[in-house]
Design a protein around this ligand. Structure first.
Ligand SMILES: Nc1nc2c(ncn2[C@@H]2O[C@H](COP(=O)(O)OP(=O)(O)OP(=O)(O)O)[C@@H](O)[C@H]2O)c(=O)[nH]1
Ligand SMILES: [Mg+2]
Length: 377
């Protein structure tokens, strides 16, 4: 039966895509949106995306009880058919009327390679919301050259700016964590540089400002998204400057404090990378105790000098568990992987834990090669 009191037609389903650079707060904002729209009577299906398997985001979102499909092996634009298949699998399972999708944080040109093709080819199945691009204000102030501080090199920043250029909505996130005058400066700069986008200020953490965003996403079409003039060679080079590491290991030993453990691993990784002058884009970890108690630690760090944050803490100690580490940073993937391995082993040594590898890979994303690339008619 159709739920009532819903602000837009239920068939076709709504497709909402939440982009933005690595670590901006996409997953956090999506979780908030899923909870809010679920509360309004919608059935939600989530789609995560990454260059490879073993994802912290999927583990985290699934832990909140929402159906999640993971698309790996490339971004939505290059795996368009997998995106449609994932939506169909979710439909076969729980028949969502709202799909919320998180593209890879180093991906851009989503409007031409995902939104238009969805509208043109599957317009009876989906209406597509304006493209949101989430922004971490400290990262943005540095990337736009407004504030000093460690940032990325020119080609990575090219991708960063292209993401903003195609946004229908720019979501300045994390306003709980930064002074209002810095937000005002950033807002003015973004509004000046990207005049077609609506700029909203929110905190995905506290919920401030999010309702206005949800309202726009559930009502409007994506007509305000800007068209992108993009050089795929520079885009590909920028994306490939970011190294990716995904590792999963099992830990076993006497009872240990998992919250302390993930913080220790993060501190060791950040110290090693800082020593090499490598900037972290996003380091994230989950530690899940063996068994099915539903307990979970989630750690994130989005800049070298930031103290890692635990957004979920384990309730008690554990003796066996699975650690997933996802690191994205501007540096040689082999060097990044070595830093992750050494940090994990050294931290485990400190607790006399045995580490058994489950999955390990490191790579640079391949040249983006969209399945479709359409512009408006
Ligand atoms: N202070 C504060 N922190 C936030 C807010 N939203 C997200 N964060 C934190 O920012 C970090 C990154 O958040 P994610 O939601 O994982 O970011 P993401 O954009 O999904 O990252 P990738 O998937 O790696 O691209 C986490 O530590 C979050 O807890 C916010 O509104 N305020
Ligand atoms: Mg995410």
């Amino acid at each position: 039966m159709m739920p009532t009191g819903i602000p837009f037609a239920m068939t076709p389903a709504r497709y909402i895509m939440v982009g933005g650079f690595l670590g901006a707060g996409k997953t956090t904002a999506i979780l908030r949106m899923a909870e809010a729209l679920d509360g309004r009577g919608h059935r939600i299906g989530l789609i995560t995306n990454d260059q490879s398997v073993g994802l912290v985001d999927t583990t985290m979102l699934a832990a909140h009880g929402f159906p999640v499909e993971e698309i790996t092996g490339g971004c939505f634009c290059c795996r368009f058919n997998s995106l449609v298949d994932a939506a169909e699998r979710l439909t076969a399972g729980t028949r969502p009327d709202v799909f919320i999708a998180e593209p890879v944080g180093s991906c851009t040109d989503l409007r031409a390679s995902v939104s238009y093709p969805l509208r043109r080819m599957y317009g009876t199945a989906y209406t597509v919301a304006p493209l949101s691009v989430v922004v971490d204000p400290v990262r943005a102030l540095r990337a736009l050259g407004i504030e000093p501080g460690r940032s990325f090199t020119t080609k990575v920043l090219y991708v960063y700016r292209k993401q903003l250029e195609e946004a229908g909505i720019i979501l300045i996130n994390k306003i709980d964590a930064i002074e209002p005058d810095r937000i005002a400066t950033l807002r003015a700069a973004l509004a000046g540089a990207y005049p077609k986008a609506r700029v909203l200020e929110v905190s995905a953490r506290t919920g401030q400002g999010l309702d206005a965003w949800f309202d726009i996403l559930t009502r409007d079409e994506g007509a305000t998204d800007a068209d992108l003039d993009i050089d795929y060679e520079t885009y590909g080079e920028g994306e490939a400057l970011l190294g990716w590491v995904n590792t999963t290991v099992k830990l076993a030993g006497a009872d240990f404090d998992g919250n302390f453990f993930v913080g220790d691993v993060a501190a060791r990784i950040a110290a090693a990378l800082s020593a090499d002058g490598i900037e972290i884009a996003h380091l994230k970890m989950t530690l899940t105790p063996a068994g099915d108690g539903g307990d979970l630690a989630v750690l994130n760090q989005v800049r070298n000098e930031q103290v890692a944050e635990l957004s979920h803490r384990l309730d008690g100690e554990l003796s066996r568990g699975e650690l997933i580490v996802n690191l994205r940073a501007e540096g040689d993937p082999a060097r990044l992987a070595a830093a992750v391995d050494a940090a994990t082993l050294d931290a485990a040594d400190g607790q006399s834990l045995v580490v058994s590898p489950v999955h390990a890979e490191h790579f640079r994303p391949g040249q983006p090669n969209p399945t479709h690339r359409l512009t408006p008619v």
